[in-house]
Structure formats: structure tokens, C-alpha cells
Design a protein around this ligand. Structure first.
Ligand code: NAD
Length: 345
């Protein structure tokens, strides 16, 4: 079993080395992302291990299949960067859906707390020995209304946290979770109109692409705070910039960005950035952007590595693969076969 590990970082190696070596799986770490120019490096391997900004679109999936690669191992929960239709019945796609919902929800909370209470600005002020607090008047979260879009594993934790703070939590989900007691499910429009803060936790799909756009922003409360730790393209960046300019949006906390592939995880501090919208976003005092790091806790990294190895083992043994992404099931939202403990194909 030989795995080629694209887009490898030092923190990945610490955790993956241990789990892969224990199971005597061979691994080659490379820093390059998977894309058309690098897919040739996968020849001769049984599996590719990829992350959020690796590209496994249809043409790349075809090439991997041609090389005899049997598994695309996503070391992340989202799978919008893999063409699951092209992969269907040709190559297994396995992900790590539940590695640490708390890790992401707590980061969403950190963004909300910083943007809401302006602590990111206080940090730079006091480090400059400027102890003036003018401009930092904020709102309590207690007693306000939060709107959660997507109440799966991460959204549910976020809903419980915000409910614990004393917020009323409204939620919208295509497939509501009846077990989740901390939320009241409403139509998406009601959520947009009533929420003081909105946190996005749905996957990026054709349906959720630009869910936050000029039309939906027009429905928001004045002074709303938006938090996105899900995927960048759920927000239409141009529309959100207009929303910030008009002051409709009072705060924006982003861990993801529509065009992040080009920039995130790289040090570009010596460059003049070409992306005018990214530069614009970074110029606002009420925008806090982190570089897709919500997953980055020790607990999450440990589970990502162990779950990925479990995925390989399940696939090699022909046993049930609970973490397989299947084109047909994902489009239906549930799978009768999988619920009975069988693989889809
Ligand atoms: P999940 O599959 O458990 O939950 C997603 C929820 O979204 C489900 O309840 C689903 O029914 C709902 N949903 C699907 N389509 C929808 C739609 N059109 N409208 C409203 N709701 C819809 O996933 P999760 O583990 O909670 O992760 C959510 C997302 O968070 C992932 O898809 C990924 O993009 C992102 N993520 C980001 C990071 C990070 O580091 N920033 C880490 C992990 C996951």
C-alpha cells in the first residue's frame, strides 16, 4: 500500500507518520498541491491523500483512474474539490467527516468573539502602548438571535455553544436534525431577517454556492455579523464587500475565502497581492480573516490521521466504509444501503 500525500505540511507529518508506519503503509510526502500539472506524480501509487485546496476535478480523477490509483483519501470533511460523479464506481473517495466538530465550531466562536468585541483591534492597539478604547463599543451576544445555516456535526456544536451563551438560535437545514434541541428550525428567509449573527456550516454545493449574495444580504438585519468557517464560495465576495460598505454588515469573520486556493497556506508577505477583493477585505477594521485553520487543533490532527488510516484499512479489507463519499447518496442526502451497513458499490 503506497500513499502519495499532496500538499504536505510539517504538522501533517507528525501525526500521519505514526499512524501510517504502525500499519506499514508506505508514504511519500510532497509539498505540491494536486492539480493538472502534478497529477503525474501519483503514477505507481495506490492512493492519493489530499486536502481542501487540492484539485480532484473530473480530468484529474480520470488520470488517477488511468494510473490505477484506487483511493482518494480526503484528510478533511468537505469534498467539494472532488468530482464525485466522475469518481463514481471507478475510484473510492473517503473523507474524515467527524474528526472534531468542536475544533471548527470553537474557531467560529473565536472569530465571532473577536469581531464582535473588536479584540483583534485591541490586540494591536495595546501592543503599540495605545490604551485608548475609543471605537470599541460592542454588543452583548446574550439575549440576541443567532442563525445557523447547516446543522450537521459542526453546526450542531455551534448551536449548542451559542445557546449556552444565552442566544436564541434559529436554524436552517435542508435536512433538519430532530435531535437538536438548542435550535428552532425556520425557513431560510426568516433566519436571514431575524438573526443578529449568522454562522455558515453547510457544505459547498451548487445549491449553497453564493447563498449569501446581494439579494440575501438585502434581507439581513442592519448591523449583522457573518461568520464563515465552511467554504469560501458560499459567500459572494463582491456582494459582501458592498454589504460592508453600506454598513449593513457590521462584522465579518472568515476562515475561508472564495479564491483561497491561490493564497491560503502560503507565505505571500513579500508580494503585492493581485486579488483586489482579498486586499479590500483585509482593509476593513471589522473583518477578521484566518487562513483556513479552524481544523488545526492537536485533537483534530490526531483524529484526521487515525480516521484516514481506518479508511484505508476498511477499503483494503472490503469491509463497510462509513466514510465513503458516494455521488448518488450525497445527492439524495441519505442512503438506504449505507444505513444498513453496506457499501454503495
Ligand atoms: P455535515 O455533513 O455534518 O453537516 C452539513 C449540514 O449541512 C447537514 O446537516 C446538511 O443537511 C446541511 N446542508 C446540506 N445542504 C444544505 C443546504 N442546501 N442548505 C442548508 N443546509 C444544508 O458537515 P460538517 O462536518 O458539519 O461540516 C460542515 C462544513 O464545514 C463542511 O462541508 C466543510 O465545508 C466545512 N469545514 C471547514 C473546516 C475548516 O477548517 N474551516 C473544517 C471542517 C469542515
Amino acid at each position: 500500500m503506497r500513499v502519495i500525500f499532496f500538499n504536505a505540511k510539517s504538522y501533517d507529518k507528525i501525526y500521519f507518520d505514526r499512524y501510517l508506519a504502525e500499519n506499514k503503509f508506505g508514504v511519500t510526502y510532497i509539498e505540491e498541491r494536486l492539480c493538472e500539472a502534478t497529477v503525474r506524480l501519483a503514477e505507481g501509487y495506490d492512493a492519493v491523500c489530499v486536502f481542501v485546496n487540492d484539485n480532484a476535478s473530473a480530468g484529474i480523477v480520470d488520470t488517477l483512474v488511468g494510473y490505477g490509483v484506487k483511493m482518494i483519501l480526503l484528510r478533511c470533511a468537505g469534498y467539494n474539490n472532488v468530482d464525485v460523479k466522475a469518481a463514481y464506481k471507478r475510484i473510492r473517495v473517503l473523507r474524515v467527516p467527524g474528526y472534531s466538530p468542536s475544533s471548527v465550531a470553537e474557531h467560529a466562536l473565536a472569530l465571532l468573539m473577536s469581531v464582535g468585541r473588536k479584540t483583534h483591534r485591541a490586540y494591536t492597539r495595546t501592543r503599540d502602548y495605545n490604551f485608548d478604547i475609543s471605537g470599541f463599543v460592542s454588543h452583548n451576544l446574550y439575549g440576541k438571535t443567532a442563525g445557523i445555516i447547516g446543522t450537521g456535526k459542526i453546526g450542531a456544536v455551534m448551536a449548542d455553544i451559542l445557546s449556552g451563551i444565552g442566544m436564541t438560535v434559529l436554524a436552517y437545514d435542508k435536512f433538519p436534525n430532530k435531535e437538536l434541541k438548542s435550535v428552532k428550525y425556520v425557513a431560510v428567509d426568516e433566519l436571514l431577517k431575524k438573526s443578529d449573527i449568522i454562522s455558515l456550516h453547510c457544505p459547498l454545493t451548487p445549491e449553497t454556492h453564493h447563498l449569501i449574495n446581494a439579494k440575501s444580504i438585502a434581507k439581513l438585519k442592519d448591523g449583522v455579523i457573518i461568520i464563515n468557517t465552511s467554504r469560501g464560495a458560499i459567500i459572494d465576495t463582491k456582494a459582501v464587500i458592498n454589504g460592508l460598505d453600506s454598513k449593513k454588515i457590521a462584522g465579518l469573520g472568515l476562515d475561508v475565502y472564495e479564491e483561497e486556493e491561490e493564497y491560503f497556506y502560503e507565505d505571500r508577505s513579500e508580494e503585492i497581492l493581485d486579488d483586489k477583493e482579498l486586499v479590500r477585505l483585509l482593509s476593513y477594521p471589522n473583518v477578521l480573516l484566518t487562513s483556513h485553520q479552524a481544523f488545526l487543533t492537536h485533537e483534530a490532527l490526531e483524529t484526521i490521521a487515525s480516521d484516514t488510516v481506518d479508511n484505508i484499512k476498511a477499503c483494503l479489507s472490503g469491509k463497510f466504509m462509513p466514510n465513503e463519499v458516494c455521488y448518488q447518496c450525497e445527492s439524495k442526502g441519505k442512503c438506504d444501503k449505507r444505513e444498513k451497513g453496506f457499501n454503495c458499490f
